[in-house]
Design a protein around this ligand. Structure first.
Ligand code: SF4
Length: 327
């Protein structure tokens, strides 16, 4: 019986122990006719561990395009002629200004994101240090950085400057990664995330869904993230970009997106689950159900290379649901 199974796995998740991969697989294949039963259960788990507070975060694309990696979903790779804006790292002043704007819009976390395999030029590191200090001096917003595969020394420098979180997505399961990227090894990503964890960062790592991966591979990714014990899991849904290899990829359905979120809430009962890129285009009018599915965070404002929904609408959606932005 589906109801018995949901009752059992909800109990397991409420104990703080995420459900097993086998249980995750059973959950993934429950017919969508039962989706609202799954959501009711996921919502209780979210509420138990996270209450009614929702983490809102924003990003700035601090260095755009010209990336030497070949990630098939990404418009910033040099392998694809996407016409995306390209520019070197912006100044620390511009980054701080973006952070202050994000704070005034209601974000509690602000991430500085750069394209490319990683940063190692001393000028870029100096800009980052100055931006992190500037943000801390002028606001209470928590700073996060997403700078790719990074050296330990650089990460220590950023930590000592006051950086709170490090973000680095694994993107997908190890077994599916060769379909997504062939210019670096999966282990380089895993090691970056592990290193950030070892250095005491709040670590934010998740993936992009809808790349053609199976449910089993979604669970495989979750298991890897669980082994590393990441603190926050960003969930992105593919927004197929023109002239990338995934331009014509089949979109996920809104219900499938909700099921992915719920699956992750059952597997990570007490972690932060943050819905990021591709929310509006994939979930459309069902996007308010992301919190019922178990999310306790959402990116607001613009994405890296595509515009986001109006922040006012997003904040109103949170409040209309009886939830409140976490300060
Ligand atoms: S996802 Fe990151 S590493 Fe991959 S191509 Fe885009 S900017 Fe480069």
């Amino acid at each position: 019986m589906i109801s018995d199974f949901l009752h059992d796995i909800e109990k397991e998740a409420l104990s703080g122990k995420g459900i097993s991969c086998d249980e995750g697989c059973t959950l993934a294949y429950i017919d969508e006719i039962h989706l609202f039963d799954i959501l009711a259960s996921a919502e209780r788990i979210r509420r138990h561990f996270k209450g009614i507070e929702i983490n809102l975060c924003s990003i700035v694309n601090a260095k755009s395009g010209l990336c030497a990696e070949d990630c098939t979903f990404c418009s910033q790779s040099i392998y694809y002629d996407t016409g995306v804006d390209t520019y070197p790292m912006i100044t620390a002043e511009k980054i701080v200004k973006s952070a202050l704007e994000a704070s005034s819009r209601g974000s509690r976390e602000f991430s500085i994101v750069t394209s490319g395999t990683g940063i190692d030029k001393s000028k870029e590191i100096k800009t980052m240090v100055s931006a992190i200090k500037g943000i801390a001096d002028k606001s209470e917003i928590e700073s996060c950085a997403s700078l790719g595969i990074i050296k330990m020394e650089t990460l220590k420098t950023l930590r000592d400057s006051g950086l709170h979180s490090y973000h680095h997505n694994l993107e997908t399961a190890r077994s599916f990664f060769p379909n997504v990227c062939n210019t670096h090894d999966y282990d380089e990503d895993v090691n970056t995330v592990k290193m950030a964890k070892e250095l005491g960062f709040n670590v934010c790592s998740g993936g992009v869904f809808g790349l053609g991966e199976s449910w089993e591979q979604r669970i495989e990714l979750a298991e890897t993230l669980r082994e590393i014990d990441v603190d926050s899991i960003p969930i992105n849904f593919l927004n197929p970009r023109p002239n990338t290899p995934l331009e014509g990829a089949n979109r996920l359905t809104p219900k499938e997106c909700l099921k992915i979120i719920a699956l992750y809430r059952f597997m990570f009962p007490d972690k932060d689950i943050v819905i990021c890129g591709g929310r509006d285009i994939n979930l459309r009018d069902l996007q308010c159900l992301i919190f019922a599915a178990g999310a306790n965070g959402m990116m607001i404002g613009n994405y890296l290379t595509t515009p986001g929904r109006s922040t006012d609408k997003d904040i109103r959606m949170v409040k209309d649901l009886g939830l409140k932005p976490r300060r």
